[in-house]
Design a protein around this ligand. Structure first.
Ligand SMILES: N[C@@H](CCC(=O)N[C@@H](CS)C(=O)NCC(=O)O)C(=O)O
Length: 211
């Protein structure tokens, strides 16, 4: 049994929940409240489990690991169920590149702790935070829309089933909506998001299904 250290609105944890559901793997959620003020991820108990003090993390047979993309790749290598990466090596590269634009180039800049630094050390007000947040999404999504237009080969990015690219896209689109980002320039991303969210594994993993 996989134990998932999770926060309902964490988009990185949302990725792992989708992947677990797509694989049909049973798991137990251990909520970690990362809301400023609660800050359970910074407590000694959680730090002992995950020294990076972030969610998600998984515990399997007494071993702990963090980092959503590493967890998802491990799941793909070890769990039965549909493959989350395409078979073709070039398409695997494309799927990882798509996911990395979000996981490496958008999400880290919009995470709780960098936003807290902007507020505290650089005097950013909520209007400035919103502009910052949306700007990194628009830059990343502009690249992703072009990639999707080049790659898309069926209802999903790589054919008939969703995989790593969609697993990472859907939570980022949710963040974009939360910060009222105009997504009209990104019709392919919006279409992919809607198609995925209609599927049960995505629906069950969604923050609104957990509250
Ligand atoms: N690259 C990491 C990002 C993990 C991450 O930053 N998680 C956020 C929630 S989405 C977090 O725990 N933030 C707490 C904090 O910044 O203190 C992953 O993909 O797992």
């Amino acid at each position: 049994m996989i134990r998932l250290y999770d926060y309902w609105r964490s988009s990185a944890a949302y990725r792992v929940r989708i992947a677990l559901n797509l694989k049909g793997a049973p798991y137990e959620r251990v909520p970690v409240n990362i809301l400023p003020g609660a800050d359970e991820q910074l407590g000694a108990e959680y730090r002992a489990r995950n020294p990076q003090m972030r969610v998600p993390a998984i515990e399997v047979d007494g071993r702990m690991a963090g980092q959503s993309l590493a967890i998802i790749e491990w799941m793909d290598e070890t769990l039965p169920g549909p493959a989350l990466l395409p078979k073709d090596p070039w398409q695997r590269l494309q799927a990882r590149a798509f996911a990395n634009i979000i996981a490496c180039d958008i999400h880290p800049l919009n995470n709780l702790s960098p936003l807290a630094v902007l507020r505290k050390d650089f005097g950013a007000d909520e209007a400035a935070i919103g502009r910052w947040y949306r700007d990194w999404i628009v830059r990343g999504f502009t690249a992703l829309e072009a990639m999707a237009s080049d790659i898309k080969s069926g209802p999903f990015l790589f054919g008939d089933t969703p995989g790593l690219a969609e697993i990472v896209l859907v939570p980022q689109v949710a963040n974009a909506h939360r910060f009222e980002t105009d997504l009209t320039p990104f019709p392919l991303l919006v279409e992919l998001d809607a198609r995925c969210r209609a599927l049960e594994p995505f629906r069950q993993a969604a923050p609104e299904s957990l509250t």
